[in-house]
Design a protein around this ligand. Structure first.
Ligand code: CDP
Length: 783
């Protein structure tokens, strides 16, 4: 490369996000921006009660209201066989309630009107008679024999138990516990939380009465899977369904499930012959769409006297709400919870999870984590903290003694994972060094002697991201592969079409960088297209940090396919044998004569103008990539807190995050992803939960009750990286999007409990509010 040439900005370049130009100028194109000719607006009536029979619904006044075009109830849908829809977990969910409601906020009726305000106003004219039933709020009580049965609609369902799932070796684990020197137990609750994306869910359904083609613009993280599910549910021919997912203002798993609103809007458009828009408001989003967590967990670790883990077990009661709509791979109904052995070499482990119906909104989504990995990571890291306290071993040292060592990779865990690569101690040591750990421990002792409380929390985590492999992981039967289609135009510019779909992660930039790395076309010359099922190859979508490991791999593979053809064309242009061509940085040069070369742009032009005899024209291809294994990003987070003795208020003095997601395609974007996760981790640890009163009323229906951290509360983060590539991944990248949410909550909670350990306080459930801290200190006579 001559000095005047610009280097190809492939992997490792913090290329500015291409998509931000339109986002920052207010030129994004979201579902609610869409205006179609003749478009109607839909609003949903929701149940005010958590559990009640519906004895009558009177819609006459609403129908008569000026501007109202139609009012739809469950009975109307039932007439078309559409009153129930399948969930992602194979349960059935009422589209609009028929005889009874089973959670507050459940969809009961819909009004379609000429104007969105008219639709909302007319909801108040619908008269529903409810006959209240006792609500079941506590999942443990839901399992009691005399608990009211929530799902009377399900044939053969005689209790509120949904399913039991277990993994590991129960007997071997019991033997390990029987011979242990020490058993440490943590009972904890990871509260229900909500992704609360900036943009709520919605759609515009446009069924063309002339052609029967249904175009559904929707906030979808998985447009292709949604198309297939629509075809199966509605019986529409799949070629006549087009899902378009325009710009999305945050998903975080919330836009993976299919919600009743999408179905009703589509049916309304089909019956009325006009486009129908439905966009939920903030409260609707918080009370009715996919929540996350809600895991009641008991964990036990068996240890030898010198702190080596001998066994690990856990028992979980998972609150799934009134319909089992958890977005989980089919064969693992508790997601990937069995990664609960974390970063440690555990010789025996066993976990069991019982899922339960309660009178709450359905969900169980991969919110900023790979399916249920956050819960698993929280449990093991809380156990490590408590074990360190009880064995009086430094928490960092206890981790060191138990980490899977670098030479053990690929590491086969006792619960069936094959960890691809990791250097856990390196990440921990870097975090401790950046924190100034030894000095802080000294300071902590001195402060405690003066009656002051300060804590240092550690959490080392391993995520597991990039689902498939397709034979093991599927959603509703659809194997979890992903795809990329790449087309290089005659002028050397390209378009890349993907099966994944960004919701703010910057795919238009990073996936173009992968093409740049493989073919030498600069990222700005590669347009990236996602989210239109008529114009992109089939894929399972973006959630659980799978885009880079799976869609990114597909991109590298398709680019390599094109490079092979480009090499043959270059050989033809340079009149040498194919074996004599060397590729580097967008140039195909004759081996030993680097000045005799053709650029990718020369080759692309030749692909349409000057081909070797018998070769097909064009430079394009498609790859469907089924990953042989997941990737296992990891890291260590450390938090230092000071606790005010008088009030229980804890403040983060320092937060150091070390992440390892293998090769970083765009370090700036990775940093942004980590910052988002760290902010969420802090929120859940400190202030945030969706809770319910004893009547099943949702507390957290708006942002004055459900607290989002602003820059005011959010602590400053110091981020650092180690790089341990994934050996089986074409570019060595591991997913990263959500690791920070997986690792950080335990780091914050451990910090507070580290400070309180000398007082004998070893557990406080999240959110760890100042009230709870103060009450615990008060109980111990410290204040
Ligand atoms: O599936 P999702 O896009 O949410 O998560 P991801 O694949 O972990 O990636 C989030 C963003 O970070 C994407 O823009 C990735 O391309 C980028 N990333 C990266 O630059 N390097 C990595 N090793 C992993 C992700």
């Amino acid at each position: 490369m001559s000095e005047t040439e610009t280097p190809i900005r492939g992997l490792g370049h913090s290329v500015r996000r291409k998509e931000d130009d339109r986002f920052l100028r207010g030129r994004g194109n979201y579902v609610d921006d869409l205006q179609l000719p003749g478009m109607l607006h839909m609003a949903l009536l929701r149940s005010p009660l958590a559990h009640a029979r519906i004895t009558a619904i009177d819609v006459e006044a609403a129908k008569a209201h000026p501007g109202v075009v139609a009012v739809v109830t469950g009975r109307d849908l039932d007439a078309h066989g559409l009153a129930w829809m399948p969930t992602l977990s194979g349960d059935t969910q009422a589209v609009l309630a028929l005889d009874k409601v089973v959670f507050q906020g459940q969809e009961v009726a819909a009004v379609v009107a000429e104007d969105p305000y008219v639709a909302s106003d007319a909801l108040e004219l619908i008269d529903v008679d409810y006959d209240p039933l006792p609500p079941v709020v506590d999942p443990h009580k839901a399992l009691e024999p005399d608990a009211p049965l929530i799902r009377e609609d399900k044939q053969g369902q005689t209790s509120n138990h949904i399913n039991h799932w277990e993994k590991g070796d129960r007997d071997a684990t019991e033997r390990a516990f029987a011979t242990a020197d020490k058993v440490v137990r943590v009972e904890t609750f990871y509260p229900r939380s909500h992704p609360a994306p900036l943009e709520t869910c919605g759609c515009v359904a446009d069924v063309d009465p002339a052609t029967g083609k249904a175009t559904i613009y929707m906030t979808s993280q998985a447009p292709h899977a949604h198309r297939t599910l629509f075809a199966l549910v509605a019986g529409l021919p799949e070629q006549n369904i087009r899902i378009v997912s325009p710009d999305i203002g945050g998903g975080f798993g919330n836009k993976v499930p299919i919600y009743p609103g999408y179905v009703v809007a589509t049916v309304a458009s089909l019956l009325l012959g006009r486009p129908v828009k439905w966009v939920e408001d903030r409260t609707e989003n918080l009370i009715s769409t996919g929540f996350a967590r809600d895991y009641h967990m008991t964990g036990e670790v068996a240890l030898s006297g010198d702190g080596k883990i001998m066994g690990l077990r856990s028992k979980v009661v998972a609150d799934h709400g009134a319909f089992n709509a958890a977005a989980q791979p089919t064969k693992t109904p508790a997601g990937l919870f069995h990664i609960f052995t974390g970063s440690y070499d555990v010789p025996a482990a066993f976990c069991e999870v019982d899922a339960v119906y309660t009178n709450k909104a359905p969900g169980g989504i991969a919110y900023r984590c790979s399916f249920r990995v956050t819960e698993a990571s929280f449990l093991i890291e809380r156990l490590m903290q408590k074990a360190a306290t009880e064995l009086d071993i430094d928490p960092a040292e206890l981790r060191r003694r138990n980490f899977i060592r670098p030479e053990q990779f690929p590491y086969h865990s006792v619960v069936g994972w094959v960890y691809d690569s990791g250097e856990y101690q390196r990440a921990l040591d870097l975090a401790l060094e950046q924190l100034g750990y030894e000095e802080l421990r000294r300071e902590q002792r001195e402060r405690f002697a003066r009656g002051e409380l300060m804590g240092i929390g550690i959490a080392s985590f391993t995520e597991v991201v990039g689902a498939g492999h397709g034979a093991d992981y599927d959603i509703a039967g659809l194997r979890m592969f992903d795809s990329a289609e790449l087309r290089v135009h005659p002028t050397g510019k390209a378009i890349l079409k993907l099966g994944v779909k960004a919701q703010g992660q910057g795919h238009e930039t990073t996936f173009a960088q992968i093409v740049a790395a493989e073919l030498g076309i600069q990222p700005e010359d590669v347009a990236v297209m996602e989210g239109d099922t008529d114009n992109t190859p089939y894929g399972l979508g973006t959630y659980a940090s799978r885009s880079t490991p799976v869609g990114g791999a597909a991109t590298a593979m398709v680019a390599r396919k094109l490079r092979e053809k480009a090499t043959r064309i270059a050989a033809h242009l340079l009149e040498v044998a194919e074996e004599d061509i060397e590729y580097a940085e967008g140039r195909f040069a004759v081996r030993g004569a680097p000045d005799r070369a053709k650029t990718i742009q020369d080759v692309a032009f030749a692909a349409y103008t000057n081909l070797p005899e018998g070769m097909e024209a064009g430079l394009e291809g498609v790859t469907y990539y089924d990953p042989p294994n997941m990737t296992f990003p990891f890291g260590t987070y450390c938090v230092v807190v000071d606790i005010d003795k008088g009030t229980g208020v804890w403040k983060v003095r320092k937060m150091v995050a070390v992440d390892d997601c293998g090769v970083r395609i765009n370090p700036m974007i990775v940093e942004g992803q980590i910052h988002g996760g760290l902010a969420e981790g802090f929120a859940i640890a400190a202030m945030q939960q969706i809770s319910f009163d004893e009547d099943g009323n949702c507390i957290g229906q708006n942002f004055t009750d459900y607290l989002l951290p602003t820059s005011w509360e959010t602590p400053k983060f110091e981020t650092h990286a180690t790089v341990t590539p994934s050996p089986h991944h074409p570019i060595g990248a591991k997913g990263v999007g959500e690791s920070a949410t997986v690792g950080s909550p335990a780091a914050y909670v451990n910090a507070v409990l580290d400070a309180l350990a000398p007082l004998g306080i070893t557990n406080i459930d999240m959110p760890v509010t100042s009230d709870k801290v103060w009450a615990a200190m008060h109980e111990k006579g410290f204040v």
